[in-house]
Design a protein around this ligand. Structure first.
Ligand SMILES: [Zn+2]
Length: 283
């Protein structure tokens, strides 16, 4: 694993060194196991675990991060989602649908409905934006000048729809962020070593991106694998981020199922990790 990803004191999170100096920021990528209990720590609802198990894991997550966010000033996120407990109140989640839909919190959030989409941005303190993954890219973004954060879920479909670029664009229009000031970190995701894709994916990327040939590797038996993290890097550069501010070399989820959930390696029967980012209420 790249040495830029370190375990937090909490044990079940990785943080990235590039963002560690921002004391007003909380961020992290959850791991598969809670080192204290040895139990799996899925933070996304999935097909093979009872809902209450995931709800309890989220409760634990929120209790843990509440301290660092300044618990007394947490904003209560009331989106009318009956499945959301009071303990999850500061966690902003989406029904992820492999889209290019990006929402600003709280202005884009209706009172009564949960939203479907794959990108979140905010300038509010006391809330955590979150995305759930088990191979897809979790991308966390920060504009340290305007103090704006973003979280993106990007699989091959979202990448094809340029969701990462669209998230940067929304940070610009909504909060006047300058892309050259922004940083982006990609969390654990399936890499080119393991991410075999069909011809339809290869063709779709070639039809859309003139650099597509650099994203695929030829394997034995005519198979092709896709480097989604590299595609993400291209989009961030195209959006105006500078190369030194892009950290897109995460560990491979499929190679390391002892640390991460991998939808591909475990044929769909697995949990979900969470990438989270938020602004503290107090520094
Ligand atoms: Zn791999």
């Amino acid at each position: 694993m790249s040495s830029n990803y370190s375990r937090t004191e909490l044990g079940f999170f990785l943080y990235h060194q590039s963002l560690a100096s921002f004391k007003w920021l909380v961020h992290g990528f959850s791991l598969r196991y809670d080192p204290q209990t040895g139990q799996e720590l899925s933070l996304g609802f999935n097909e093979y675990q009872p809902r209450e198990v995931v709800e309890n894991n989220r409760k634990k997550l929120v209790q843990t991060i509440s301290g660092v966010l300044a618990a007394s000033e947490l904003i209560k996120v009331s989106d009318g989602d009956a499945s959301r407990t009071e303990d999850e109140a500061c966690l902003v989640t989406l029904q992820q649908i492999h889209s290019d839909l990006v929402y600003s919190f709280p202005s884009d959030f209706p009172k009564k409905f949960s939203l479907s989409g794959d990108g979140l941005i905010t300038d509010q303190t006391g809330v955590m934006l979150s995305v759930q993954t088990a191979d897809c890219l979790p991308v966390l973004m920060v504009d340290p000048e305007k103090r704006v954060v973003g979280a993106v879920h990007a699989g091959w479909r979202g990448t094809l729809k340029e969701i990462v670029e669209k998230t940067v664009a929304k940070m610009q229009t909504q909060f006047s962020s300058k892309p050259a000031h922004c940083l982006a970190v990609v969390g654990p995701a399936i890499r080119c070593c393991c991410y075999e894709v069909g011809e339809e994916v290869v063709e779709a990327f070639h039809a859309k991106f003139d650099y597509a040939s650099t994203l695929f590797q030829s394997q034995s038996m005519g198979r092709k694998t896709l480097d989604l993290a590299a595609a993400c890097r291209y989009q961030l550069l195209h959006a105006g981020l500078v190369a030194d501010h892009i950290f897109a070399d995460p560990p491979c989820t499929s190679c390391h199922t002892d640390q991460f959930f991998s939808h591909r390696a475990e044929r769909g029967k697995t949990g979900r990790m969470m990438g989270i980012i938020g602004l503290r209420t107090k520094e």
